[in-house]
Every structure is written in structure tokens, then in C-alpha cells.
Design a protein around this ligand. Structure first.
Ligand SMILES: CSCC[C@@H](NC(=O)CCC(=O)O)C(=O)O
Ligand SMILES: [Mg+2]
Length: 369
């Protein structure tokens, strides 16, 4: 099948509160929303990039350029038997995985609608609900942090992730642990530390954390393997794992105990599923990360998180955690057991609110076959 039309949109969708990590602060979604059309069917996808290239090497503008100049023409050329044919069509383009992923997601959604199959079914999901938690950004002080965490626990979330950085790591984590001794708690450093911080990072071991996420450089596996023996807490990689090859290197080098899987970081579902399966083979648990997606990317994430080796709560909160109003008519709401319900509708299950999407679109582009 040939894709007949591709439409890209830059959006501005404000977060209910800004989100701060060790390296940047973002006030809203600057994602690129992808629409593909063929045979009278529309598929939707999202490249969940930020305004700056601070999480990985991509941002709104790199996605916008690479999609328009290379990936969309390649996609329109391709004769697709299924969404698995999308990555080979993009193979000549190095990196730019969020740009690739947004387009691939949209083609998965399209084929699901064409075949009457949910994304969960297409990907091999086994769960009807997926356990989720909340990622809590860096706060102005510890009292505020305790209040913010308390509010999320009130809402019913059972797992909390804290962003940390030098000067905001041991004491905030201690304060949360002391307030909630039995809480499922983990931390994410977003690559801000170095191997020389090993002893300092080992101080986090006293807090009985589920994991320490991506403490060292965003493109490192070797030093994480050297760090791991210093830690009792399980070590999780996020930014470093951008392909099945990276996952194999990390597993074989014993560089981590757990992998955070984000199909956007990895370039799409095909390779994300490969990493899920490799980790399962190796007896390594994975959990689903988040990139503050709108309801379009969020639905894609929930579908993937329904696969069997996703064994720790994911960073896939209800849409309202970020958006007062989302670009979908059917936002996720948190179930009483701190899970989200996996959509069963054909495709990703997101019902796009096109009128509101138009309102939050700041730039639009399209290309036809
Ligand atoms: C703006 S990029 C945020 C990347 C960060 N993501 C989260 O903390 C989860 C955010 C979410 O709730 O989607 C991570 O490194 O895991
Ligand atoms: Mg992370």
C-alpha cells in the first residue's frame, strides 16, 4: 500500500506546570504531530521532542526538517505491506529517531484501522491494564516536593519517580522516603553525573529505590558498566539505549539491570519491540518511559506497555498530569489500582480532537504522493 498524503504540525500545548529535569525546564509540548492518509483512512503519530536538543540530539526543528526533506519523501515512495516496512524505508537516514518514530507510529495506527486491529493486538500485548507512576520534576524546595508527591499519591498513583541533580538528590530523596517508607520510589538523573561521582551515587542505596536511572553520560554504556558494581540499587538506562544493538551491548557488558523503553527514543515500535524481546530473553525487566506525550503518543505508549516483559510501573500518567485540555477526545484517566486501561479500538485508540489540534497548531506542512 502507498501512503497518499502526509501532514506535519508543530504544536504548542502548555503543561499545567513546567517540568524541570537536571538539564532543562519545559513549559509545554513542542511536539510534531504526524498525520498520514491512505485508502480513506487516517493514521496519527507524534514525535515527542522538546524545543531544545537537551534530552537527545533532536528538537522540534530538526524533526521538522528531517521529516520534510528526507523521511516523508521516503515514506511516500515506499510500497508498504505493513508498518514493519517503515524502518527499512528510513534506513539510509542516520539517527533522527524521534523524527522516524512519529511517522512510523502514524503508519501503525493507519494499518490498525485498516485491519480492524488494536495496536495492543498488533504489537503482541497481553495486558488489559498497565501499571503507571508519575515523574516528578525538580522542585523549588523540599516542602514543595513533599506537597507535590502527596498530591499525586492522593490522586491514586502508587509509584513516584524523582528527577535529581547534584545539590538536589540525597536530601529530597531522603525526605520522600522518610515521609512514605513503603512507597515505590525511583530517581532519574538524566545523565548529569560522572563515573567520579560513584561514591556519591552509592549514598542513594540507603533509600531502597526501585532503580537509579541514567546517572552518567547520555551516550555511555561502558562507564555505566564500571559504575554498576558500586551500587546496590538496580541501575536503569534510558538515553543510552537507542537501538537493539545498544541494548545488546548493555546486556552483554552488564551495564544495567533494567531498561527504560521509549519507542520515540528508539525510532519506533519495530525496534522497541526488539529491545523488549531481547531483554526478556536475557531475564532483564523493562518499563515504559515517557516523553510528556499528548494523547496521541500516550495511546501509543500504553499499547506497547501492555507487552509481557514491561514489569515495572511506567512513566505514562493520565493526560491531566500535563494537560488541562489535550488534543484528544478520550484522555486516559487513572484507574483505582494505579493503572491505565489499554485501548481496544482499531489502531492506537486516540480520538483526535481536530478542532483543538487546529487551535494549538503553530505551523503546518503537507506532501502528497
Ligand atoms: C522532556 S524529556 C523527559 C525525559 C524523562 N521523562 C520523564 O521523566 C517522564 C515524563 C513523562 O511523564 O512522560 C526521562 O528522562 O525519563
Ligand atoms: Mg529518563
Amino acid at each position: 500500500m502507498k501512503i497518499e498524503r502526509v501532514e506535519l504540525r508543530k504544536i504548542r500545548l502548555p503543561y499545567v506546570t513546567p517540568f524541570e529535569t537536571s538539564g532543562w525546564r519545559e513549559d509545554g509540548s513542542y511536539a510534531v504531530i504526524v498525520r498520514v492518509d491512505a485508502a480513506g483512512i487516517t493514521g496519527w503519530g507524534e514525535s515527542p521532542v522538546g524545543s531544545s536538543p537537551f534530552y537527545n540530539e533532536e528538537n522540534t526543528n530538526t524533526v521538522w526538517t528531517i521529516q520534510q526533506d528526507f523521511l516523508v519523501p521516503m515514506l511516500l515512495q515506499a510500497d508498504l505491506q505493513g508498518p514493519e516496512d517503515v524502518p527499512p524505508a528510513f534506513a539510509r537516514v542516520r539517527g533522527n529517531r524521534m523524527a522516524k518514530a512519529g511517522l512510523e507510529f502514524a503508519v501503525w495506527d493507519l494499518f490498525g484501522k485498516l485491519q480492524g486491529r488494536s495496536l495492543k493486538e498488533m504489537l503482541g500485548g497481553t495486558r488489559d491494564r498497565v501499571p503507571v507512576g508519575v515523574s516528578v520534576g525538580i522542585q523549588k524546595d523540599i516542602d514543595t516536593l513533599i506537597r507535590v508527591v502527596g498530591n499525586y499519591l492522593e490522586e491514586g498513583y502508587r509509584r513516584i519517580k524523582l528527577k535529581i541533580r547534584p545539590g538536589w538528590d540525597i536530601e529530597p530523596t531522603r525526605a520522600v522516603r522518610n515521609t512514605w517508607p513503603d512507597l515505590m520510589l525511583q530517581v532519574d538523573a538524566n545523565s548529569i553525573y560522572h563515573l567520579s561521582d560513584a561514591e556519591h551515587l552509592a549514598r542513594l542505596d540507603e533509600f531502597n529505590l526501585l532503580l537509579i536511572e541514567q546517572p552518567l553520560e547520555h551516550d555511555d554504556i561502558f562507564d555505566h558498566a564500571k559504575l554498576k558494581p558500586h551500587l546496590k540499587t538496580p541501575l536503569c538506562l534510558d538515553e543510552s539505549i537507542v537501538s537493539p544493538a545498544h541494548a545488546r551491548w548493555a546486556i552483554e557488558m552488564q551495564a544495567c539491570d533494567i531498561i527504560n523503553i521509549k519507542p520515540s527514543r528508539i525510532g519506533g515500535f519495530v525496534d522497541a519491540k526488539r529491545i523488549h524481546d531481547m531483554a526478556q530473553e536475557a531475564g532483564m525487566p523493562v518499563w515504559h518511559g515517557g516523553m510528556l506525550e499528548t494523547g496521541i503518543g500516550r495511546a501509543a505508549n500504553v499499547a506497547l506497555a501492555s507487552l509481557p516483559n514491561f514489569s515495572l510501573p511506567g512513566d505514562i500518567s493520565a493526560n491531566a498530569r500535563y494537560f488541562a485540555r489535550d488534543i484528544v477526545h478520550n484522555p486516559f484517566t487513572l484507574n483505582e489500582d494505579s493503572t491505565l486501561t489499554v485501548p481496544t479500538a482499531p489502531g492506537c485508540g486516540a480520538e483526535v480532537d481536530e478542532a483543538y489540534l487546529d487551535e494549538v497548531t503553530v505551523e503546518r506542512w503537507e506532501m502528497r504522493a
